[in-house]
Design a protein around this ligand. Sequence first.
Ligand code: ZN
Length: 448
Amino acid sequence: MKNKSLLIKNGTIITLGETNQIIQDGALLIEGNIIKKIGKSSGFKDIEKSTEVIDAKDKLIMPGFINTHMHFYSTFARGIMPKQPAAENFVEILEKLWWPLDEILNEKDIYYSTIVQVINGIKKGTTTFFDHHESQGVQQGIMDVIEESVREIGARASLSLGISDRYGKGKEGIKENIRFIEKINRHKKITKDEIVTAMFGLHALFTVNEASLNESVDARKSLGVGFHVHIAEDLSDEIISKDKYGKSVIKRLYDAGGLGENTIAVHCVHLDDEEMYILASTNTAVIHNPQSNMNNAVGVANVLKMLGKKITVGLGTDGMSPGMQDDVRVANILHKHNCKDPRVFFCESCQLLLENNAKIANRFFGKKLGELKEGAYADIILVDYLAPTPLNETTFFGHFLFGICEVQVNTTIVNGKVLMKDGKLIHIDEEKVFAESRKQAEDFWKRF
Ligand SMILES: [Zn+2]
């Protein structure tokens, strides 16, 4: 299926990529799912009449955002009453909210949880999601439901199911990961379609026993994928690992054969120097989730130190939001506050989201993401933004953090297809989906 060509003109193009270029009065031609040509609007006069045109006057034309750690299944937690008395620490948060929640999710709950997050993400300009799913009550076949939801909206996604032995269902989770990854690999081979890809998910090492870990490593190697796994989110993960296995979490995963450039280690709040060294030497990416870490009061990941050791650190939201705007702003101020040093993390917060998330996504998708250039996937957003001060390559990060993140995303395009225009999803009745979601959530809350 080939989409027809689409010209976006008269906007300010922000290319991002290694050398971010800002093109005033810029235009960009999409053919199929690819960016065909990019430049000044004046260079596209001859094709204007023969193609569909979007006028981007007073708008920025940017790559869509990439969220490298998300939990679609968290939706029905919004407004829920967790088990009482209130959780006092991270493990209790899992035991009183997330584990009981994911244990009773059914297929319909998961379908609506996913679709509303994807819709909200598209509205915030997120075009690629790395989702980590958990539903201990229903695992077999469940990844198809999430895939269906994501495809219904048209977002790009890497999907994974976090396996866990906390209820003795590790084997079932491994089976579902293998089934789903094999299906996606077959599909990719036949259609070359990469809108949905898959990774092998592990919940966290403190709930994955040795047998399951070894079986998962064997499976992920033969399937040619990496792990999407929570690492040292709370100090308890490290304490349990050292008590039970006599080594740190990262050392245990490394010894098992679970690290490498196609694995993403999420959080990494409590790493020692040896663990950072292992992550750097295996080129394993780390995903920082500042809002979630603050919300769970688990501590602050030493991202500056990791970046200093050349670890590729990306930015996720851990279910706090499908959009990236809040986490990038929080990253900037959290590390300043934590270091008591206002000089740090202004550039780094932008680097995590705009450079490193693209680098990470490019390990998993065949064509360029996170950059507007010829030959890249046409995952593009238009943002309503009138710059109140000069906007150029030097001033861009300031505009991004303190202006662009605050304004509306007007249009979202994924894989060459316009999914949202003037703030409205085009192919789906949002009100109907949200009404159904509320109904389903009410039913879910009664079961919780
Ligand atoms: Zn998470």
